[in-house]
Ligand binder design. Structure first.
Ligand SMILES: *Cc1c(COP(=O)(O)O)cnc(C)c1O
Length: 526
């Protein structure tokens, strides 16, 4: 669609016919504030129109439909005006954007976002603060630090805790496991330390323990750390998909027998598929008695820190050596906004590197708070401002209520699913995910059930009716709802279940062999 652009005059962001370009008109500064103001208004209008016109969570567009439009763009031929740029963007992107706030977006861990957090982006980007050193950020550094201290206190990590904002749970897992590895290797005799000398000779014996439903970024971290996927031992889970403490004991005994050196255990507080929370207190005791680093991946479950009603589900998290929390999941913040914390601030030294031009050692010694000293990243956005504005304007309690609301909604939807004959629901929800499949009486064959569910998901997405996830559990394909929208009502989901059943019934009536192949635009796992 093409929107009326008469309301505001065109903004020539590049002076026409006057090469070389005049930077005083093209760069953001006090000289271009009125163009900035006008331009922002246009962008806000464009967003408003996009949301006003949206009726579905997705347009259902396929990559091979959009690719030609992108291919036709000549990046070396600028359009000259903001209006032309926005019109083009509407076709290429905005018309097809996936809307996470739509009640029928129920796929992944994407949340609707708080209004103050969106407004915070309108401040952080034009000021373009980079938070890695004090001399580039001033107050932003202290704001980030205060949020880290606040989260650390919410977790209960103690006075020596510290941490830093990260790009997400993936980076937090990498950072925590790298610190854990280097800390463990620092104790190896005759090994002067990983940072200067690389891994010790026995590095092939190093192991990380994580449940068999932990996040894949744990394996990825192991590979990046030079240990390989095989260094992660998957610990079996119980019927509720929580790490099985007895099985862990057996694995630890086996490691001892085989001369392997487990150095870290990753406990997940909210697994991506099941929302299950590993038994944190029991795992903390085991880690303490064995000298294992306990990292709690609370990327999903971290929001429970703000819930009065469910905070106790995280009991034991305060004993962790490190914790990752994704604010861009259950704290209702825009992507990306996340943090990694450690119990002992001294342990952050494993990611410190002093550079004379940026963060010299003497600067740290005189107490200059350069956040780069504890981050894997160098140049880094002021992502903390989003959470800050949310907490200062709305408060943390509201966020805790949102999560409580979606937990309630998930339970209600579970009851609806259980009451419907055509659906097979895997297990009661732990947090806010539901795994189920359309499996009506009379259809027994696994391959047929799988084909039906795969096709249902495709149709929903292609028609823009809903974005639903899918995953595999014990080899079987399940549809997955991830609910993070406190404005979604049970009726919305009842309607969606109706649609799923209608599509399923229609498909079951057809010959499945007549169906076209699965579209590649719809990946199975999150
Ligand atoms: C989402 C998730 C991650 C990865 O976090 P990103 O922010 O996507 O990098 C890690 N662990 C768990 C349990 C998650 O749900």
């Amino acid at each position: 669609m093409r929107y009326d652009t008469q309301a505001t005059p065109a903004i020539p962001l590049r002076p026409l016919g006057s090469p070389p370009q005049d930077p005083s008109r093209a760069l953001f500064s006090e000289a271009t504030l009125s163009a900035y103001h006008q331009g922002m208004q246009r962008c806000v209008d464009q967003v408003r129109r996009t949301l006003d016109h949206h009726r579905r969570p997705t347009s259902g567009v396929a990559p091979d439909e959009l690719q030609p439009l992108i291919d036709a763009i000549d990046l070396d031929s600028p359009l000259e005006t903001l209006d032309a740029g926005l019109d083009e963007l509407q076709r290429l992107y905005l018309d097809h954007a996936v809307h996470f706030h739509d009640p029928h977006y129920v796929a992944h861990l994407n949340c609707p976002i708080t209004l103050p957090s969106v407004l915070a982006e309108a401040i952080a980007t034009p000021l373009n603060t980079a938070v890695e050193t004090w001399d580039q950020s001033a107050g932003a550094t202290l704001i980030e630090q205060k949020l880290i201290d606040w989260v650390g206190a919410r977790i209960g990590l103690g006075d020596a805790a510290d941490g830093v904002f990260t790009s997400g749970g993936t980076q937090s897992n990498l950072m925590a496991l790298m610190i854990a590895r280097d800390h463990a290797c620092a104790a190896v005799a005759d090994h002067p330390g990983n940072r200067h000398h690389g891994l010790p000779d026995n590095f092939r014996e190093l192991r990380i323990l994580a449940s068999d439903v932990s996040h894949f970024s744990v394996q990825k971290a192991a590979a990046l750390m030079g240990l390989g996927y095989d260094a992660v031992i998957p610990v079996p889970t119980d019927a509720e998909r929580r790490m099985d403490v007895e099985a862990l004991g057996a694995i630890l005994a086996e490691c001892e027998r085989d001369g392997l050196k487990p150095f870290a255990l990753v406990a997940t507080a909210g697994t991506t598929d099941f929302g299950s929370i590993d038994p944190l207190s029991a795992l903390a005791s085991i880690c303490q008695s064995r000298g294992l680093w306990l990292h709690v991946d609370a990327a999903y479950g971290g929001g429970l820190l703000l819930s009065r009603r469910y905070r106790h589900w995280l009991a034991g998290i305060e004993q962790a050596d490190s914790v990752g929390v994704d604010f861009h999941k259950t704290f209702f913040q825009p992507v990306s906004c996340s943090a990694c914390l450690v119990r002992e601030r001294d342990h952050l030294q494993y990611v410190t590197h002093y550079a004379d031009y940026l963060n010299p050692r003497d600067q740290a010694e005189t107490g200059t708070p350069d956040l780069v000293n504890k981050s894997l990243q160098t140049t880094r956005r002021f992502d903390a401002l989003k959470l800050w504005m949310t907490l200062r304007i709305q408060g943390a309690e509201a966020l805790g209520h949102y999560l409580e609301t979606v937990i309630g909604l998930t339970r209600e939807t579970y009851r609806m699913l259980s009451a419907r004959e055509a659906f097979d629901v895997l297990m009661p929800p732990a947090l806010s995910t539901l795994l189920f499949r359309y499996a009506p009486a009379g259809i027994e064959e696994e391959a047929r059930i799988e084909a039906l569910n795969r096709k249902i998901r495709q149709i929903l997405s292609r028609r823009g009716e809903a974005v639903v996830a899918a995953t595999r559990v014990d080899g079987r394909l399940y549809l997955k709802f991830t609910l993070l929208n406190p404005l979604t009502r049970a009726e919305d989901l009842a309607r969606l279940l109706d649609r799923i059943a209608e599509h399923g019934d229609a498909l079951a009536a057809e010959s499945l062999t007549a169906l076209p192949p699965a579209h590649p635009s719809v990946p199975e796992s999150p």
